[in-house]
Design a binder for this molecule. Structure first.
Ligand code: ADP
Ligand SMILES: Cc1ncc(COP(=O)(O)OP(=O)(O)O)c(N)n1
Length: 269
């Protein structure tokens, strides 16, 4: 009789993207593609498509707490990933829940969508700095989020180091500064303040990049849940997101999604 295999379990705490390219939908697709059991705590609902965000509604704090407790107290988690948290109240509640959970946390401090639509209230920035970043195993800000959180503007690869140092001041164990919005190669910097890893990938000339940040952060959480070190998990996640961007496809009239299924097709003869 063969033993029943129980896959690692990963929880995403994030908002819904009705268009299926980012948010909870991107996270769960990434988790399926990378062989873990994905679970979700919904924080907000967005009406969203390839053209932008047409509306957003956050959930009550008690609904977020209840979902989290249902999952963690019964099923258990090997890693948690956070995305859109919308308000200071939700940021603080989620930070408190994570601090009481014995699992690594990947914090994607989502601020605005690719189209410039706000996904986090300006009044929540301080809670992200002082409550959420300190409980992160890895924080994954993009360049706009770094500027919002620290005031550091990144225009070159050298600036990535200054940005990373500024984010580490808030207490995450590691920070991955995503250089996807820089010109040239798609270079990200991972550091814990002593070890440093520059992750370079060719820039794909593909406009269908909706959901890149959510996909990368979820893939990191999957690696951590499988027992990888942070540098190993980030290296594998970068390879996954790069492939997903290369295979991104047109949907709607605007920016289409990355292709979460590309690795499944590669791995399935
Ligand atoms: N056109 C691209 N080609 C290759 N990699 C990219 C491209 N755009 C973004 N990336 C990579 O995708 C990941 C997510 O980065 P980014 O798009 O900056 O995040 P966000 O979606 O949070 O704005 C990073 O690893 C970044 O380097
Ligand atoms: C509901 C929701 N959450 C997060 C985002 C931002 O996703 P990201 O992966 O950073 O991708 P872009 O929106 O920048 O393409 C979102 N749009 N919606």
């Amino acid at each position: 009789m063969s033993a029943v295999r129980v896959p690692p379990r990963v929880l995403t705490v994030a908002g819904s993207d009705s268009g299926g390219g980012a948010g909870i939908q991107a996270d769960l697709k990434t988790m399926l593609a990378l062989g873990v059991h994905g679970m979700s705590v919904l924080t907000a609902v967005t009406a969203q498509n390839s053209l932008g965000v047409q509306g957003a509604w956050e959930l009550p704090v008690e609904a977020v707490r209840a979902q989290y407790r249902s999952v963690v107290d019964d099923i258990g988690v090997q890693a948690v990933k956070t995305g859109m948290l919308a308000s200071a109240e939700l940021v603080e509640a989620v930070a408190e829940l994570i601090s009481g959970t014995d699992a690594p946390a990947v914090v994607d401090p989502v601020g605005v969508s690719k189209h410039g639509d706000p996904l986090l209230a300006a009044s929540a920035l301080d809670s992200v700095r002082t409550r959420l970043l300190p409980v992160a195993t890895v924080a994954t800000p993009n360049l706009d989020e770094v500027a919002q959180l620290t005031g550091v503007r990144v225009e070159s690869e050298d600036d990535l180091r200054r940005a990373a140092a500024a984010v580490l001041e808030y207490g995450p164990r590691w920070v991955l500064i995503k250089g996807g919005h820089l010109s040239g190669e798609a270079t990200d910097l991972l550091t814990d303040g002593s070890e440093e890893l520059l992750l370079r990938a060719p820039r794909h000339d593909n406009r269908h990049t909706h959901g890149t940040g959510c996909t990368l952060a979820s893939a990191i959480a999957c690696g951590l849940a499988k027992g990888c070190s942070v540098p190993e998990a980030v290296t594998a996640a970068k390879e996954y997101v790069t492939g997903a961007i290369a295979a991104g496809f047109a949907l709607g009239a605007g920016i289409g999604p990355v292709d979460h299924g590309w690795a499944l097709r590669r791995d399935t003869p």
